[in-house]
Design a binder for this molecule. Structure first.
Ligand code: TIU
Length: 232
């Protein structure tokens, strides 16, 4: 972003302590808000999950996405999924559990978690716009086998505002990966969701415990209030 706002520090009330970031070196990370996880008939439901648990994140995430765009933050969307021939899917991942449908099987929205299929793409409410990064990832973490670290480095990004699904799986894995790479992560509690409410709340506690062992946690309303003066 350009202009004097680029140097402005934003301070967000958070757990375990205030989180401070510079908009010019911060990215909003929207993890795996894909139809296959959020819509009935996708991968999430095939694993036996109640997808409605994730849908409460959509409205607050729309507000955060709008604010991030207005403030000129780097915006990154990720999608979990695999090549049509499944050559990037470890057999162990393919075999895991006893789902009704496996990765690559035909689902209501095309082949499950396969790149290029309708179900693999991001829900309409949060569709990326021009200039935003879309990272396709074969694993749970957004840094594993992707170009994410390099693209953030090119943009001098050091702070990540983390949103998406699911709290204890792809969000946790990504935040741990990011923390080990030196990024400071703020996880927005109402913009991340889990099929398991208990895992969600414990997952957030785990991030902020021990003095913020691998990140900070805040509510999106506090981020929006802090960011508002930076919005042109
Ligand atoms: N994106 C993500 O979290 N992938 C998953 O498979 N999550 C589950 O909770 N299953």
């Amino acid at each position: 972003m350009n202009g004097p706002e680029a140097e402005r520090s934003v301070r967000v009330p958070a757990r375990p302590a205030t989180y401070t970031f510079e908009p010019a070196t911060t990215a909003l990370l929207v993890i795996d808000m894909q139809r296959d996880f959020l819509e009935p008939g996708g991968f999430g439901e095939s694993l036996g999950n109640d997808v409605t648990q994730l849908r409460r994140t959509i409205a607050p995430l729309r507000r955060v996405l709008a604010a991030a765009r207005a403030a000129g933050l780097t915006v990154v969307h990720t999608r979990e999924g695999h090549l049509p021939d499944l050559s990037d899917c470890p057999p162990a991942k393919l075999r895991r559990g006893a789902p009704r449908q496996r990765i690559g099987d035909p689902g209501r929205f095309g082949r499950i978690l396969i790149r290029g299929e309708y179900g693999h793409d991001i829900i309409d409410e949060l569709a990326p716009v021009g200039g935003e990064l879309v990272i396709d990832k074969p694993g749970k973490g957004a840094f594993y086998a992707t170009e994410l670290d390099g693209l953030l480095g090119e943009r001098s990004v050091t702070s990540l505002l983390v949103t998406g699904v699911t709290t204890e799986v792809c969000v946790h894995t990504t935040v741990r990966e990011a923390n080990d790479r030196g990024y400071e992560c703020l996880v927005l509690a109402d913009c991340v969701g889990s099929y398991f409410p208990r895992f969600h709340s414990i997952g957030l506690e785990m991030i902020a415990a021990q003095g913020g062992i691998f990140g900070w946690v805040a509510d999106s309303a506090d981020l929006l209030a802090a960011l508002a003066p930076a919005t042109p």
